[in-house]
Design a protein around this ligand. Sequence first.
Ligand code: AMP
Length: 299
Amino acid sequence: MSVLVVGSTALDSIKTPRAEAPRLLGGSASHAALAASFFAPTRLVGVVGEDFPRPYLRLYREHGIDLEGLQRAPGRTFHWAGEYEPDMNRRRTLKTELGVFETFQPALPPRYRDTPYVLLANIAPALQHHVLDQVRRPRFVVADTMDLWLNTALPELLRLLKRVDALVLNDSEARQLAGVDNLLSAARRIHRLGPAYVIIKKGEHGSMLSGPDGLFLCPAYPLERVVDPTGAGDSFAGGLVGYLARARGPVSRHLRNAMLHGSVVASFCCEDFGLRRTARLNPEEVRRRVEELRRLIRA
Ligand code: AMP
Protein backbone atom coordinates (compact mmCIF):
# COMPACT_ATOMS: atom_id res chain seq x y z
CA MET A 1 0.00 0.00 0.00
CA SER A 2 1.13 3.55 -0.68
CA VAL A 3 2.35 6.34 1.53
CA LEU A 4 1.63 10.02 0.97
CA VAL A 5 4.26 12.38 2.35
CA VAL A 6 3.80 16.14 2.61
CA GLY A 7 6.41 18.43 4.12
CA SER A 8 9.30 20.68 3.19
CA THR A 9 11.36 20.04 0.06
CA ALA A 10 14.44 22.09 0.72
CA LEU A 11 18.02 23.01 0.09
CA ASP A 12 19.96 22.67 3.35
CA SER A 13 23.26 24.35 4.18
CA ILE A 14 24.78 22.49 7.10
CA LYS A 15 27.78 23.23 9.28
CA THR A 16 29.18 20.75 11.77
CA PRO A 17 32.29 21.16 13.95
CA ARG A 18 34.26 19.15 11.35
CA ALA A 19 32.92 20.25 7.97
CA GLU A 20 30.24 22.09 6.08
CA ALA A 21 28.12 21.43 3.03
CA PRO A 22 25.99 23.99 1.19
CA ARG A 23 22.68 23.53 -0.61
CA LEU A 24 22.23 19.81 -0.09
CA LEU A 25 18.96 18.11 -0.87
CA GLY A 26 16.97 18.33 2.36
CA GLY A 27 13.61 19.10 3.87
CA SER A 28 11.38 17.01 6.09
CA ALA A 29 9.49 15.52 3.12
CA SER A 30 12.66 14.62 1.20
CA HIS A 31 14.10 12.72 4.15
CA ALA A 32 10.77 11.09 5.01
CA ALA A 33 9.92 10.12 1.43
CA LEU A 34 13.30 8.55 0.75
CA ALA A 35 13.06 6.59 4.00
CA ALA A 36 9.51 5.42 3.22
CA SER A 37 10.51 4.43 -0.32
CA PHE A 38 12.59 1.51 1.02
CA PHE A 39 9.35 -0.14 2.12
CA ALA A 40 6.39 1.07 0.08
CA PRO A 41 5.38 3.09 -2.99
CA THR A 42 5.72 6.71 -1.93
CA ARG A 43 3.99 9.86 -3.16
CA LEU A 44 5.52 13.26 -2.50
CA VAL A 45 3.62 16.52 -2.02
CA GLY A 46 5.72 19.67 -1.87
CA VAL A 47 7.03 22.59 -3.87
CA VAL A 48 10.42 23.50 -5.30
CA GLY A 49 11.65 26.66 -7.02
CA GLU A 50 13.39 27.26 -10.32
CA ASP A 51 16.79 26.84 -8.67
CA PHE A 52 16.11 23.23 -7.58
CA PRO A 53 18.93 21.11 -9.05
CA ARG A 54 17.90 18.46 -11.55
CA PRO A 55 20.09 15.74 -9.99
CA TYR A 56 17.92 16.04 -6.84
CA LEU A 57 14.79 15.33 -8.89
CA ARG A 58 16.63 12.39 -10.40
CA LEU A 59 17.42 11.08 -6.92
CA TYR A 60 13.72 11.07 -5.95
CA ARG A 61 12.92 9.26 -9.20
CA GLU A 62 15.67 6.68 -8.73
CA HIS A 63 13.92 5.76 -5.49
CA GLY A 64 10.64 5.33 -7.33
CA ILE A 65 9.09 8.33 -5.57
CA ASP A 66 5.95 9.55 -7.32
CA LEU A 67 6.47 13.24 -8.11
CA GLU A 68 3.10 14.18 -9.56
CA GLY A 69 2.34 16.06 -6.32
CA LEU A 70 5.61 17.99 -6.38
CA GLN A 71 4.94 21.47 -7.72
CA ARG A 72 7.54 23.63 -9.42
CA ALA A 73 6.89 27.32 -8.84
CA PRO A 74 8.53 30.56 -9.93
CA GLY A 75 10.96 31.71 -7.24
CA ARG A 76 13.51 30.10 -4.97
CA THR A 77 13.42 26.76 -3.19
CA PHE A 78 12.97 26.73 0.61
CA HIS A 79 16.48 27.16 2.06
CA TRP A 80 17.40 26.19 5.60
CA ALA A 81 20.83 26.68 7.19
CA GLY A 82 21.86 25.18 10.49
CA GLU A 83 24.98 24.76 12.59
CA TYR A 84 25.77 21.98 15.06
CA GLU A 85 27.66 22.47 18.28
CA PRO A 86 30.44 20.03 19.28
CA ASP A 87 27.66 18.16 21.11
CA MET A 88 25.80 17.15 17.96
CA ASN A 89 22.50 16.97 19.85
CA ARG A 90 22.54 20.76 19.85
CA ARG A 91 21.83 22.72 16.72
CA ARG A 92 21.21 26.36 15.87
CA THR A 93 19.09 27.49 12.94
CA LEU A 94 21.01 30.16 11.03
CA LYS A 95 18.53 30.83 8.23
CA THR A 96 15.04 29.86 7.18
CA GLU A 97 14.23 31.28 3.75
CA LEU A 98 10.72 30.16 2.84
CA GLY A 99 10.94 31.05 -0.86
CA VAL A 100 8.20 29.25 -2.79
CA PHE A 101 6.74 27.83 0.45
CA GLU A 102 5.47 31.30 1.29
CA THR A 103 2.58 30.96 -1.16
CA PHE A 104 2.39 27.15 -1.40
CA GLN A 105 -1.07 25.59 -1.49
CA PRO A 106 -0.80 21.83 -1.78
CA ALA A 107 -3.22 20.52 -4.40
CA LEU A 108 -3.36 16.74 -4.38
CA PRO A 109 -3.48 14.96 -7.74
CA PRO A 110 -6.86 13.13 -7.75
CA ARG A 111 -5.23 9.69 -7.62
CA TYR A 112 -3.41 10.63 -4.39
CA ARG A 113 -6.68 11.17 -2.52
CA ASP A 114 -7.19 7.56 -1.58
CA THR A 115 -3.68 6.98 -0.23
CA PRO A 116 -4.12 4.81 2.88
CA TYR A 117 -1.05 5.91 4.86
CA VAL A 118 -0.40 9.63 5.29
CA LEU A 119 2.67 11.24 6.81
CA LEU A 120 2.30 14.93 7.56
CA ALA A 121 6.01 15.63 7.90
CA ASN A 122 7.17 18.82 9.54
CA ILE A 123 5.69 21.88 7.86
CA ALA A 124 3.24 24.63 8.87
CA PRO A 125 0.16 23.00 10.49
CA ALA A 126 -2.11 24.97 8.12
CA LEU A 127 -0.54 23.09 5.19
CA GLN A 128 -0.85 19.77 7.02
CA HIS A 129 -4.59 20.52 7.46
CA HIS A 130 -4.90 21.45 3.82
CA VAL A 131 -3.55 18.04 2.75
CA LEU A 132 -5.75 16.16 5.23
CA ASP A 133 -8.78 18.02 3.87
CA GLN A 134 -8.07 16.44 0.49
CA VAL A 135 -7.55 12.78 1.41
CA ARG A 136 -10.48 10.39 1.69
CA ARG A 137 -10.71 8.25 4.80
CA PRO A 138 -7.03 7.33 5.21
CA ARG A 139 -6.19 4.25 7.30
CA PHE A 140 -3.48 5.85 9.38
CA VAL A 141 -2.31 9.44 9.67
CA VAL A 142 0.96 10.38 11.35
CA ALA A 143 1.98 13.98 12.02
CA ASP A 144 5.40 15.37 12.85
CA THR A 145 6.04 18.90 14.05
CA MET A 146 8.69 21.21 15.52
CA ASP A 147 9.08 23.84 18.24
CA LEU A 148 8.55 26.66 15.72
CA TRP A 149 4.90 25.66 15.29
CA LEU A 150 4.39 25.24 19.04
CA ASN A 151 5.53 28.86 19.34
CA THR A 152 3.81 30.38 16.32
CA ALA A 153 0.85 28.20 15.29
CA LEU A 154 -0.35 26.45 18.44
CA PRO A 155 -4.14 26.75 17.79
CA GLU A 156 -3.78 25.15 14.32
CA LEU A 157 -1.51 22.45 15.72
CA LEU A 158 -4.00 21.63 18.51
CA ARG A 159 -6.76 21.40 15.93
CA LEU A 160 -4.55 19.07 13.87
CA LEU A 161 -4.00 16.74 16.82
CA LYS A 162 -7.72 15.96 16.83
CA ARG A 163 -7.40 14.69 13.25
CA VAL A 164 -4.37 12.37 13.42
CA ASP A 165 -3.77 8.85 14.71
CA ALA A 166 -0.18 9.41 15.78
CA LEU A 167 2.01 12.35 16.71
CA VAL A 168 5.79 12.11 16.44
CA LEU A 169 7.78 14.78 18.26
CA ASN A 170 11.04 15.12 20.16
CA ASP A 171 11.38 15.14 23.93
CA SER A 172 11.75 18.90 24.37
CA GLU A 173 8.75 19.53 22.11
CA ALA A 174 6.69 16.98 24.08
CA ARG A 175 7.58 18.73 27.33
CA GLN A 176 6.68 22.11 25.84
CA LEU A 177 3.38 20.91 24.35
CA ALA A 178 2.28 19.12 27.52
CA GLY A 179 3.67 21.66 29.97
CA VAL A 180 5.33 18.97 32.13
CA ASP A 181 8.89 17.67 32.42
CA ASN A 182 8.18 13.98 32.89
CA LEU A 183 7.86 12.25 29.51
CA LEU A 184 5.30 9.68 30.64
CA SER A 185 3.06 12.43 31.97
CA ALA A 186 3.69 14.40 28.79
CA ALA A 187 2.61 11.46 26.62
CA ARG A 188 -0.53 10.99 28.71
CA ARG A 189 -1.45 14.66 28.34
CA ILE A 190 -0.80 14.59 24.60
CA HIS A 191 -3.16 11.61 24.23
CA ARG A 192 -5.85 13.79 25.76
CA LEU A 193 -5.26 16.31 22.96
CA GLY A 194 -6.20 13.70 20.34
CA PRO A 195 -3.66 11.16 19.06
CA ALA A 196 -4.09 7.52 20.11
CA TYR A 197 -0.37 7.00 19.55
CA VAL A 198 2.34 9.36 20.79
CA ILE A 199 5.94 8.73 19.77
CA ILE A 200 8.55 10.76 21.59
CA LYS A 201 12.02 10.86 20.01
CA LYS A 202 15.06 11.18 22.24
CA GLY A 203 17.84 11.51 19.64
CA GLU A 204 20.70 9.08 20.24
CA HIS A 205 18.70 7.64 23.17
CA GLY A 206 15.99 6.20 20.97
CA SER A 207 12.27 6.76 21.14
CA MET A 208 9.22 5.91 23.22
CA LEU A 209 5.84 4.82 21.97
CA SER A 210 2.73 5.29 24.06
CA GLY A 211 -0.51 3.82 22.75
CA PRO A 212 -3.55 1.71 23.51
CA ASP A 213 -1.30 -1.34 24.08
CA GLY A 214 0.93 0.47 26.53
CA LEU A 215 4.54 1.55 26.17
CA PHE A 216 7.37 0.46 23.92
CA LEU A 217 10.96 1.67 24.17
CA CYS A 218 12.86 1.65 20.89
CA PRO A 219 16.64 2.06 20.89
CA ALA A 220 18.64 4.15 18.47
CA TYR A 221 21.24 2.12 16.56
CA PRO A 222 24.55 3.03 18.26
CA LEU A 223 26.92 4.93 15.95
CA GLU A 224 30.49 5.72 16.76
CA ARG A 225 30.63 8.64 14.36
CA VAL A 226 27.73 10.93 13.56
CA VAL A 227 28.54 13.08 10.53
CA ASP A 228 25.26 15.00 10.28
CA PRO A 229 22.03 14.17 12.14
CA THR A 230 19.88 16.53 10.05
CA GLY A 231 16.74 14.75 8.95
CA ALA A 232 17.16 11.78 11.28
CA GLY A 233 13.76 12.46 12.84
CA ASP A 234 12.11 12.74 9.43
CA SER A 235 13.83 9.53 8.28
CA PHE A 236 12.58 7.78 11.40
CA ALA A 237 8.99 8.86 10.71
CA GLY A 238 9.25 8.00 7.00
CA GLY A 239 10.71 4.55 7.67
CA LEU A 240 8.04 3.90 10.29
CA VAL A 241 5.09 4.81 8.05
CA GLY A 242 6.64 3.03 5.05
CA TYR A 243 7.01 -0.13 7.11
CA LEU A 244 3.37 0.06 8.26
CA ALA A 245 2.21 0.46 4.66
CA ARG A 246 4.18 -2.61 3.63
CA ALA A 247 3.09 -4.70 6.62
CA ARG A 248 -0.66 -4.11 6.16
CA GLY A 249 -2.93 -5.58 8.83
CA PRO A 250 -3.67 -3.79 12.07
CA VAL A 251 -1.22 -1.00 12.83
CA SER A 252 -1.06 -1.97 16.50
CA ARG A 253 0.47 -5.33 15.54
CA HIS A 254 3.28 -3.76 13.50
CA LEU A 255 4.07 -0.49 15.19
CA ARG A 256 6.96 -1.76 17.32
CA ASN A 257 8.69 -3.28 14.31
CA ALA A 258 7.95 -0.13 12.35
CA MET A 259 9.81 1.87 15.00
CA LEU A 260 12.84 -0.43 14.80
CA HIS A 261 12.93 0.01 11.03
CA GLY A 262 12.51 3.79 11.33
CA SER A 263 15.31 3.86 13.85
CA VAL A 264 17.64 1.95 11.53
CA VAL A 265 16.96 4.15 8.49
CA ALA A 266 17.55 7.21 10.71
CA SER A 267 20.92 5.81 11.79
CA PHE A 268 22.07 5.56 8.18
CA CYS A 269 20.94 9.14 7.61
CA CYS A 270 23.39 10.32 10.30
CA GLU A 271 26.40 8.69 8.63
CA ASP A 272 26.89 11.38 5.99
CA PHE A 273 25.71 14.88 5.12
CA GLY A 274 22.11 15.42 4.11
CA LEU A 275 20.72 12.50 2.15
CA ARG A 276 24.05 11.26 0.81
CA ARG A 277 24.15 8.05 2.83
CA THR A 278 20.43 7.33 2.50
CA ALA A 279 20.72 7.82 -1.26
CA ARG A 280 23.26 4.96 -1.42
CA LEU A 281 21.37 2.73 0.98
CA ASN A 282 19.88 -0.57 -0.12
CA PRO A 283 17.13 -2.70 1.49
CA GLU A 284 19.59 -5.49 2.36
CA GLU A 285 21.65 -3.09 4.50
CA VAL A 286 18.47 -2.02 6.28
CA ARG A 287 17.51 -5.63 6.92
CA ARG A 288 20.95 -6.51 8.29
CA ARG A 289 21.05 -3.55 10.64
CA VAL A 290 17.54 -4.27 11.94
CA GLU A 291 18.73 -7.81 12.78
CA GLU A 292 21.77 -6.38 14.52
CA LEU A 293 19.61 -3.99 16.51
CA ARG A 294 17.35 -6.86 17.55
CA ARG A 295 20.41 -8.79 18.77
CA LEU A 296 21.56 -5.77 20.74
CA ILE A 297 18.34 -5.56 22.72
CA ARG A 298 17.73 -9.24 23.28
CA ALA A 299 17.78 -9.98 27.01
P1 AMP B 1 15.23 17.28 11.62
O1 AMP B 1 16.73 17.19 11.67
O2 AMP B 1 14.54 15.95 11.65
O3 AMP B 1 14.71 18.25 12.64
O4 AMP B 1 14.82 17.89 10.20
C1 AMP B 1 15.65 18.78 9.51
C2 AMP B 1 14.98 19.17 8.21
O5 AMP B 1 13.88 20.03 8.50
C3 AMP B 1 15.91 19.93 7.29
O6 AMP B 1 16.12 19.16 6.12
C4 AMP B 1 15.19 21.25 7.00
O7 AMP B 1 15.15 21.57 5.63
C5 AMP B 1 13.79 21.05 7.53
N1 AMP B 1 13.27 22.26 8.19
C6 AMP B 1 13.94 23.13 8.98
N2 AMP B 1 13.11 24.13 9.39
C7 AMP B 1 11.90 23.88 8.84
C8 AMP B 1 10.62 24.54 8.86
N3 AMP B 1 10.44 25.68 9.53
N4 AMP B 1 9.60 23.96 8.18
C9 AMP B 1 9.79 22.81 7.51
N5 AMP B 1 10.95 22.16 7.44
C10 AMP B 1 12.00 22.67 8.09
